[in-house]
Design a protein around this ligand. Sequence first.
Ligand code: NAG
Ligand code: NAG
Ligand code: NAG
Ligand code: NAG
Ligand code: NAG
Length: 332
Amino acid sequence: MEKLHPPAPRIPLSNASTAAFVILSMLLTAFVFLAVYPNEFQLQSLVAGGCEPRRLRSTNFLDPVALPAPDPQLRILIGVLTVPDSYQRRHLLRDAYFLQPNLTVNARIDIRFVLCGLTTEEQRVLVAIEILRHGDIMILDCEENMNEGKTYTYFSNLPGVFNGSTGGETAYDYVLKADDDTYIRLDALAKTLDGMPREDLYMGLFIPCKNITDRMGWMTGMAYALSWDLVEWIARSEIPRNHKTLPPHGEDVVLASWLRDASLGKNRFDMNPRMYDYYEEPTPCWSHDFIPDTIAVHKLKNDTKWAKTLDYFNLTVGLRPSNLYNIHQLKR
Ligand SMILES: *[C@@H]1O[C@H](CO)[C@@H](O)[C@H](O)[C@H]1NC(C)=O
Ligand SMILES: *[C@@H]1O[C@H](CO)[C@@H](O)[C@H](O)[C@H]1NC(C)=O
Ligand SMILES: *[C@@H]1O[C@H](CO)[C@@H](O)[C@H](O)[C@H]1NC(C)=O
Ligand SMILES: *[C@@H]1O[C@H](CO)[C@@H](O)[C@H](O)[C@H]1NC(C)=O
Ligand SMILES: *[C@@H]1O[C@H](CO)[C@@H](O)[C@H](O)[C@H]1NC(C)=O
């Protein structure tokens, strides 16, 4: 808990001007940092402890001396592609991932929120505060867009960002790209990936439904994993670089076309039915009721859907009774 939740600075309540001064200096520091050290800032945000599960969360690969004893046998990066102004969603996701049970495999999962460049003065302050508090933001050099190359920018930047941070070793075994309306069950993900090939891997929910042999298929954008060798390939190959987008196709369809053109991603795994959309209406194969063995639920577009999902997966079981609240009592 300590690393994720450093004690709040003690501000004497009796002295309002001191409080104002402290807050002002914090904002100023954030500002200066962003203005003067934009690159260092990105790097730091990537290596500082974010919302990794508690058991193995304190690795810091800038400082190998401080590495904790057991080396994780599996290292996973989840990049949640989102937009700067989605503060509330990031807040919910952090809480939800933090409260998940400990991993049962020797793995380390880093979750980073991936933004394109900030566009407003408010964002410079509010996102800086998130970085100072959580260290889990990655800011790419791009413009926020759904289908103009953010996927390419994300994957192709990773090898450079992590270069040299691990002493020649690759930083991650697998990288996921995920939506911010997707809830991933980290232990289910880690256990699943642990049994899979570490190279040439492309894993997710495959379309067309249940037909992994279809060469024209792709993994949907709810969340999918690539092995690190494919991430490096995306960074260096001309195929993705020359076809960052392919209108009118979505970016995730385009990514599948890169792999197809290069005959890569041969270790494909369709996680249907363990990855699915929140059930609202029948679809050919990608939405159904919750199942216990879920890896990811997608289309969590509002609080009702988040609440139902997190309730099903028992996220609130740890709540203790207290004189401070009675959570079972609803006011009409
Ligand atoms: C999870 O791991 C932390 C850190 O090792 C430990 O303190 C805690 O007791 C574990 N929780 C459970 C439910 O095993
Ligand atoms: C990583 O760093 C080395 C040495 O500085 C450099 O030669 C190599 O091109 C870099 N690789 C990437 C992917 O940036
Ligand atoms: C699966 O894909 C192949 C290749 O596109 C196609 O020939 C076959 O009909 C598909 N099978 C089903 C069940 O859709
Ligand atoms: C969320 O969406 C569902 C329908 O898609 C609706 O029934 C529900 O009331 C919505 N909840 C909120 C909080 O807007
Ligand atoms: C949630 O907890 C209940 C009661 O302990 C249990 O029966 C159920 O299997 C749990 N659900 C999941 C998804 O683990």
